[in-house]
Write a protein that binds this ligand. Structure first.
Ligand code: GRF
Length: 296
């Protein structure tokens, strides 16, 4: 199976946060109680004085501190709470601890993190300072599936920003955070709608001769192809998957790639090109875009 989503019911989400919790706040706002796609039902923190806990409680969401007494103890407690609340999706938002393979593996595909750089560049800490020191012209943020490494899992969605003359680590942080507050909810929407998923062994038989091409793509390009594939499946055209990746799926393939781009980021030229496709391929693509964009 490529993805367990959509679930056919609102998803139950938990957020793990260690500090300020501004991304948590954005998620709480985007997925309030009663939201048809899903709601945040639990917030956990390894830090009892995290502002994140306050933010959740102020909105009436259950928030628990699990003070750090080592990884094994924290993970066992956290897992018990996630199971007890029937959580479907775990979102790390400024969670400053590395989770063990024993925690991560069973949640693979249902565990996301947000990191303030254009991964795979600049994993780890002090990102903005390192970006400035390296003289980068562009930075951004990445929502990714969590695997066993630090900030290494498959990319789900990225947002980009220019680095401007005179920027400091503080100005960059502010600008990237503002971007993140839109990026994370959008990534979660794509996941919950079944329009984003991590690479898995199920791809090989589906893609056939095109599989090596997919594997050779740079990590930042893979999510676009996976979204196009998700769209094709939704349209009952899964058999076209190898042709899609090889650029031989005709107008349906065109519509899938244009919509896959637009699901991540608006782009007037791409929208225009989509508009010029025949109605029968354009209409389903526009319907998918409408579902993501009209979602509160
Ligand atoms: C964000 O920049 C996020 O990308 C990183 O930690 C920061 C958390 O900020 N993982 P906040 O706690 O959500 O305000």
């Amino acid at each position: 199976m490529l993805t367990p989503f959509p679930l056919g019911r609102p998803a139950r989400m938990a957020v793990l946060a260690s500090g300020r919790g501004s991304n948590l706040e954005a998620l709480l706002e985007a997925f309030p109680p009663g939201h048809p796609l899903g709601e945040v039902v639990l917030v956990l923190s390894d830090n009892p004085s995290a502002q994140a806990l306050e933010r959740a409680r102020r909105r009436g969401v259950e928030a628990l501190a699990l003070p750090w007494r080592g990884r094994r103890a924290f993970e066992a407690e956290a897992l018990a709470h996630l199971e007890a609340r029937g959580v479907d999706l775990v979102l790390l938002a400024g969670f400053m601890r590395l989770l063990s393979p024993g925690f991560v593996e069973p949640w693979y595909g249902r565990l996301l993190n947000i990191h303030p750089s254009l991964l795979p560049a600049y994993p780890g800490l002090h990102v903005h300072r390192r970006v400035l020191e390296a003289g980068e012209r562009e930075t951004g943020s990445t929502v990714h599936f969590v695997d066993q490494g630090m900030d290494t899992g498959p990319i789900l969605l990225q947002g980009r920003l220019p680095v401007l003359p005179g920027d400091t680590p503080e100005t960059l942080e502010r600008r990237v955070l503002f971007l993140e507050h839109r990026l994370y909810p959008r990534a979660v929407r794509l996941l919950l709608l079944g329009l984003a998923f991590p690479p898995s062994p199920a791809l090989k038989p589906l893609l056939g001769e095109a599989f090596p091409l997919f594997q050779a793509l740079p990590p930042r390009e893979k999510p676009l192809y996976l979204r196009a594939l998700a769209l094709l499946r939704r349209w009952g055209q899964e058999a076209l998957a190898p042709a899609l990746f090889l650029g031989r799926a005709g107008e349906i393939g065109r519509a899938a790639f244009l919509a896959a781009h637009l699901l991540a980021e608006d782009h007037p030229a791409l929208r225009q090109e989509l508009k010029e496709l025949p109605l029968e391929v354009r209409a389903p693509a526009e319907a998918e875009l409408g579902r993501v964009e009209s979602s509160p």
